[in-house]
Design a protein around this ligand. Structure first.
Ligand SMILES: Nc1ncnc2c1ncn2[C@@H]1O[C@H](COP(=O)(O)OP(=O)(O)OP(=O)(O)O)[C@@H](O)[C@H]1O
Ligand SMILES: [Mg+2]
Length: 261
């Protein structure tokens, strides 16, 4: 049986018993990570985002909309001692996808991260991106992936009828090896899009070490992840600027700020 380290929404308590939180609840930010191309880093980005926000004290939920269940498997490895994340499956027991409106997101969720499967059809694409404040598209530096990403972005803009693309959609280059020709090609492709390009994440074993422990790179103590935290700063900054109340709940993100332990 799958045992998840979840935080549960508190049941409604009479006012006398209510425990006041130090901070008022922050508005829900829905982040959807998608790319119809497999293996580009959707789950890696989703789990690292969920881990980051949870470790920073946000009520965080991870919705795994992929029948493969990699996001929930990551969560099942997360030890008790780490900031809790509420895990939800977007699929029923037979692996069929659940429509997003049928899912109950805990009321006090502040950051919802949605990990999506590859090969989404346009109905599902529409369903999963409805109401999203931020849609992140991880892209690998390879000819095949660049081609697939341009198709995915076109499909997304059409299917989800996104007309405020610079507001909601951003691209993240993943598994980057700088100073390679294909990375230069990816940069040219990303520069040609009318979509913000918010981060370049390097290819590193740190993501693999983190996933093995149910952690994000932000929760690893080693000084080896300093560069990776630095690469995340601009991404977090962009996401925080998408919050529905327009207020950044993490201001002035810097590499040292990303360090959570
Ligand atoms: N920046 C990175 N550095 C090193 N390895 C990475 C990085 N990002 C992802 N990986 C590895 O690449 C593989 C695919 O990543 P991931 O599972 O996140 O992709 P995905 O898009 O979710 O795949 P799928 O479409 O099958 O769901 C994994 O083994 C992951 O550990
Ligand atoms: Mg995945």
């Amino acid at each position: 049986m799958l045992t998840l380290n979840l935080w549960q929404p508190k049941p409604a308590a009479p006012p006398a018993m209510a425990v006041a939180r130090a901070e008022p609840q922050r508005p829900l930010l829905r982040i959807v990570v998608l790319n119809t191309k497999g293996g580009c880093g959707k789950t890696t980005l989703s789990t690292n985002l969920a881990g980051y926000y949870a470790a920073r004290g946000f009520r965080t939920a991870l919705l795994d909309a992929d029948p493969q269940g990699s996001g929930l498997r990551w969560l099942s490895k997360r030890g008790e001692g780490h900031a809790a994340i509420h895990g939800m499956s977007g699929c029923d027991k037979s692996g069929r996808v659940t429509r997003s409106f049928q899912l109950r997101i805990p009321q006090d969720t502040e950051r919802l991260v949605v990990d999506t499967p590859a090969a989404l059809d346009s109905l599902r694409l529409q369903d999963l991106t409805r109401g999203a404040h931020a849609i992140l598209i991880p892209v690998l530096p390879s000819d095949i992936d660049i081609h697939a990403a341009s198709r995915c972005i076109a499909e997304l803009l059409l299917a989800a009828r996104i007309d405020d693309r610079t507001e909601r959609v951003a691209v993240v280059a993943n598994r980057v090896k700088k100073h390679t020709r294909v990375y230069a090609t990816l940069r040219r492709f990303l520069d040609s899009l009318d979509i913000p390009f918010v981060a370049s994440l390097r290819d590193t074993q740190n993501y693999i070490h983190a996933v093995e422990q149910g952690l994000s790179i932000h929760e690893l103590e080693s000084h080896n992840v300093k560069q990776d935290r630095y690469e995340w700063a601009a991404l977090i900054e962009w996401l925080e600027s998408r919050t529905p109340d327009g207020a950044r709940h993490i201001t002035q993100v810097s590499a040292s700020d990303i360090s959570v332990r």
